[in-house]
Design a protein around this ligand. Structure first.
Ligand code: MRU
Length: 338
């Protein structure tokens, strides 16, 4: 029996299992993560993904490594550095590893307890921001979302999807438009699957349909997650989010970002300072690996493949954090950083 469990993570005393998100929704496959190397492969391939989940799983991997290699602080640091470099954009990974590193001197048992505390904390943060996000949703509204921000991506109910789930629990009837989320289809594969699981009516759309959907007056609100929120309120999220924010602004559709305080990076002044992960060209030229085996572009077509984009604060109606809902004025005052 795992002593901690979420929708996509099972934590045992001396090992970790994750739900392979590259195989969803076709198969629910749990995979053992036995080493930092296993974790790196899983995170790079997006088998483990979503800002909070990346950080939490790294904390458990580091704690387990320390338990297997007691008294080797220099090695733990080396492992932590390697985990940190695996995906650069989601600051939750840095947050969790900072917390773990601050605990190195206390030894393996303390590290394991700390990782468990981070997991429990995220579960609680999810609930708090989901309640606040749900307060913004009214009966009959149509909400557009991007990527996957649900239970799969966190220890709890999720961020933006968490708000939809809590609203549903309160009896608020919603209709959700799910952007499929090119190039890796986290919306089409994972959010669609979670909507069905939550019994929330939804329609899947290709990302390029969002503008005409809003022009047709079919979207009341946009809600997305974040991988890093800067001191000035700019934020990084799955590529395509910026385009949605621009279109929402043009059509006067309120645009909300939902995230825990662990996604806020006070040290990052503006979006220009966020490191953006570049991914393999094959993801744009076709679908490979667990996603299939088809190449639709010319074999060597030059590709630009940033995994995230930055949405400027000016396009955001509200930042929904566990600590509160912040408007533009509150962001300028830096209230989200306290
Ligand atoms: O590349 P991914 O799938 O890890 O990107 C995930 C996102 O962009 C999410 O919106 C973000 O991590 C917030 S999830 C709670």
């Amino acid at each position: 029996m795992p002593h901690l469990q979420s929708r996509s993570l099972r934590v045992y005393t001396d090992s970790l299992e994750y739900l392979d998100q590259t195989r969803l929704p076709q198969a629910e496959t749990w995979v053992r993560c036995a080493s930092p190397e296993d974790w790196q492969v899983a995170v790079k391939s997006l088998a483990i993904r979503g800002a909070p989940l990346i950080g939490l799983s790294a904390a458990f991997v580091l704690a387990q490594y320390a338990a297997q290699h007691p008294g080797q602080e220099n090695e733990w640091q080396w492992v932590s550095d390697r985990l940190r470099a695996t995906r650069p954009t989601a600051v939750n990974l840095m947050y969790c590893l900072d917390v773990m590193e601050a605990c190195f001197a206390q030894g393996p048992a303390a590290l394991s307890e700390r990782a468990a505390a981070l997991f429990e904390e995220d579960r609680e943060l999810c609930l708090q921001m989901a309640e606040r996000g749900a307060d913004l949703l009214n009966d009959g509204e149509r909400v557009l979302t991007h990527c996957n921000t649900g239970a799969l991506a966190t220890a709890g109910v999720g961020t933006a999807i968490g708000a939809l789930a809590v609203a549903k629990k309160r009896g608020v009837a919603l209709h959700v438009y799910v952007n499929e989320t090119r190039p890796l289809l986290q919306g089409g594969r994972l959010t669609a699957w979670e909507m069905a699981d939550l019994d929330i009516p939804y329609q899947l759309i290709a990302d390029s349909m969002a503008a005409s959907l809003m022009a047709a007056g079919k979207v009341d609100k946009v809600m997305v997650g974040a991988d890093r929120i800067c001191a000035n309120g700019d934020f990084a999220n799955k590529v395509g989010t910026y385009m949605l924010a621009v279109v929402a602004n043009y059509h006067k559709v309120p645009f909300y970002v939902v995230a825990p305080y662990t996604t806020v990076d006070k040290a990052c002044a503006t979006g220009d300072d966020i490191p953006i992960e570049q991914r393999d060209a094959a993801e744009i030229r076709g679908a490979t690996g667990a996603f299939g085996d088809v190449v639709w572009a010319p074999e060597n077509a030059p590709v630009w493949n940033p995994s995230f984009d930055v949405t400027p604060a000016a396009l955001v109606t509200g930042w929904v954090l566990d600590t509160g809902v912040f408007d533009q004025a509150a962001i300028v005052r830096g209230e989200h950083c306290r």
